[in-house]
Write a new protein. Structure first.
Length: 185
């Protein structure tokens, strides 16, 4: 099961995170708005954890060859055909450009069409209206809020909103994403 492929789209490319991407990540992550909803607000801690992770499969988001963000596969449960896409952030310069839409499309397509997954999950802070609107627009199905799901950002309680796309939904979601990507840029 290849959880770290290089995935190329029209707007962006996803590459497995490597040490050579660190300076680009630092530059892309300089805007503090990125870290408002992440588990940590410390970019260096995030980079250390991402490089050391053995149960998360981090990608850098490249636009015109430059690192502009990151996203990941995590919570992989192959015996149940389940995977999560998360730990996603993008430099605000990419917001509204279709970069995040295409990143989700590439990861979803790989999960369903190459890995044979039955379910792709997404979780976000229940208060993160921007992320929730983006997940609804995929479209993914809102499945509820898990109260006190995590401790984040130096001890804060996080209630997590759960969303998912299942294999039955994939043809419709794929077509919607392809239309949105074609209209971007």
């Amino acid at each position: 099961m290849n959880l770290r492929p290089r995935l190329e789209g029209r707007l962006i490319t996803l590459e497995p995170l490597e040490e050579r991407h660190v300076e680009g990540l630092r530059a892309a992550a300089a805007d503090e708005r990125i870290w408002s909803w992440m588990i940590t607000t410390d970019v260096e801690e995030w980079i250390r954890r991402a490089l050391a992770a053995t149960d998360m499969y981090h990608f850098v988001v490249l636009q015109d060859g430059a690192v502009v963000g990151s996203t990941s596969y995590l919570n992989v449960v192959p015996e149940h055909g389940r995977i999560e896409i998360g730990n996603t952030w993008n430099n605000p310069s990419t917001w509204g450009t279709g970069a995040n839409t295409e990143a989700k499309y590439l990861l979803l397509r790989h999960a369903f069409e190459e890995l044979g997954m039955r379910r792709v999950e997404f979780k976000t802070d229940a208060k993160n209206e921007r992320a929730r609107a983006a997940l609804a627009a995929l479209p993914s199905e809102f499945e509820g809020v898990h109260r006190k799901h995590m401790i984040v950002r130096e001890g804060q309680r996080r209630d997590s909103a759960w969303y998912a796309v299942i294999d039955d939904d994939w043809p419709e979601v794929k077509a919607a994403l392809e239309r949105r990507i074609a209209a971007a840029g």
